[in-house]
Design a binder for this molecule. Structure first.
Ligand SMILES: O=C(O)c1ccccc1N[C@@H]1O[C@H](COP(=O)(O)O)[C@@H](O)[C@H]1O
Length: 209
């Protein structure tokens, strides 16, 4: 079975249509203002409508306040909320209880200790997204983590990988980790925040979709 593929950081209806046409199963909309992939709430709601019923839409939040989170979820109504900051298990669990959407938590995978610590999200989220540890930015940096950390790891909930994936390395990442889902942003761009359709097509093909 081919992996699920999420193309994150889409900013225009043309990007959304192309990602779907090329075979993405999920798209991501980024509400983190410092990111070159940021879209405002109005745009996010419009892009969400473009994708309605075609692919699953994830809304990416980074340490957003309770008020900002509620406003974003109410206006965009995503299929998935992707928490990509240092959000606590109690907080993400409370959000999960309050909306009919999936909740994902991204975690920076530094070492085997991380794999123990993330057990605190069991039951609080629907999926763990392993990413490279945060740098100056919490994600979207094109940095990969040590995939071998996931070899023989017994996953207790659904999961996926992100961080530095590209058309050139996604097949290797899938072979190394057996991930059921891959998530990419900067690896399918021609410049920060500018998606490249040829790279998206190459990524999806290399991922087996
Ligand atoms: O893409 C961003 O700018 C971003 C900003 C803040 C948090 C997460 C962000 N992106 C997510 O990070 C991972 C890895 O991205 P990349 O492929 O290495 O560029 C992915 O989940 C993005 O959705």
């Amino acid at each position: 079975m081919p992996p699920l593929v999420k193309i994150c950081g889409l900013k225009t209806p043309e990007d959304v249509d192309a990602a779907i046409r090329l075979g993405a199963t999920h798209i991501g909309l980024n509400l983190y203002e410092p990111s070159p992939r940021y879209v405002d709430l109005k745009t996010a709601a419009e892009l969400r409508k473009c994708a309605e019923g075609r692919v699953k839409v994830a809304l990416l939040l980074v340490n957003a306040s309770q008020i900002a989170t509620a406003e974003a979820l109410g206006k965009v109504r995503p299929d998935i909320v992707q928490f990509h900051g240092s959000e606590a298990p109690e907080w993400v669990a409370a959000v999960k209880r309050s909306i009919p959407a999936e909740v994902w938590k991204a975690v920076g995978l530094k070492d085997a200790g991380t794999l123990d610590r993330i057990r605190q999200y069991d039951g609080a989220v629907d999926r763990i997204l392993f990413d490279a540890p945060a740098q100056a930015m919490p994600g979207g940096t094109g940095t990969r983590f040590d995939w071998s950390l996931l070899v023989n790891h017994r996953h207790s909930i659904d999961w996926g990988i992100a961080g530095g994936l590209t058309p050139a390395n996604v097949a290797e990442a899938l072979a190394a980790t057996g991930a059921p889902l891959v998530d990419v942003s900067s690896g399918v761009e021609s410049a920060p925040g500018v998606k490249d359709m040829d790279k998206i097509a190459a990524f999806l093909k290399a991922a087996g979709r």
